[in-house]
Design a protein around this ligand. Sequence first.
Ligand code: PEP
Ligand code: MN
Length: 352
Amino acid sequence: MIIPKESHLTPEQERDLQSITKEFGIELMKINGETRTIYLMIGDERQEEMLARIGGLDYIDRVDMVQRPYKLMARDSGLATHKVRIDGKVVGAGFTVIAGQCTIDPKNPNYFYETAHAVKEAGADALRGGVWKPRTSPYSYQGDVKALDILLEAKARTGLPVDTEVMDPEQLDIIVENDVDVLQVGTRNALNYGLLREIGRKINGRKTCVLLKRSMHMGKIEEFIMAAEYIVAQGNPNVMLCPRGTTPAMDGYRNHPDECIAPLLKERTWAPVIVDPSHSVGKAQYVPFACLAAASYGADGIIVETHVAPRHGIGDDPKQAVTPDVLAKIIRDARAIHELQRPHLEHLMTGA
Ligand code: PEP
Ligand code: MN
């Protein structure tokens, strides 16, 4: 990783740098952090002569040889000061809440509009709504592109930024063209490296963020962080990490709740952690407890399935969506807990 002295290189400096690396068969990937641009070397970066020449450029601060398998996601990488923003608002500056329906029902758009207004009223920062759904059964409702119009209409009516899941490159093109603010990668695609790379490529140069769910298969923490690295290595570091429970499930729950990995993720990476308590516990009555637990564990926020009339919803909404009045209480209490745990998080990060 090449770290310049100033926040950005001039086009001329960039060209000179590129001509050196090219001589040694290295491709340079430009990563545009919020406060600085850094350059990732793709290829054999341990070539003494090349390193000496780059190190000798007066506008280069240093070349970091990161030993960890993830170079960009690490807390001590050149992106340590990067802030992820949703619609201009820094994620984690307060306790960020994304809320809305699991699934937008194209036959009942009014439920979604009412839910959108209600989550805004309850204090949410962004609106979620599933357009296409990854369903375990091929016979269940799979989603409908018509739901995207409803999502965009709700965005226009409320002014809230929106989040939806993409599962393939065709959906990705549609979502990016329509300026969806947060692109969700679900647990089933969390290790679909081709899709992750394609997402990274498509959002490069845009303000779009990605909410990357953790694979449900109890993989190692490094596997989760490396999946994020796939996206970030394409140039846009706006990635949030989302623990959502793993399998095998804890008896009586939908998954095995994993909000407790928030401090671990925060210690190892600079990325904000947004916990998904809805899919982790899978039952509306348990969701408030899991939300408060996420706040206690130092998460930067939560994504909560919410519906004005859960019993009339589709997808996961009938069983796990909370109502907007419950969401309002969750937000009030989770934000208070988030403040209370702050000194403990600072202690973890600085050892002070
Ligand atoms: C969802 O958010 O509705 C969803 C399908 O999530 P996950 O990928 O975590 O199962
Ligand atoms: Mn869902």
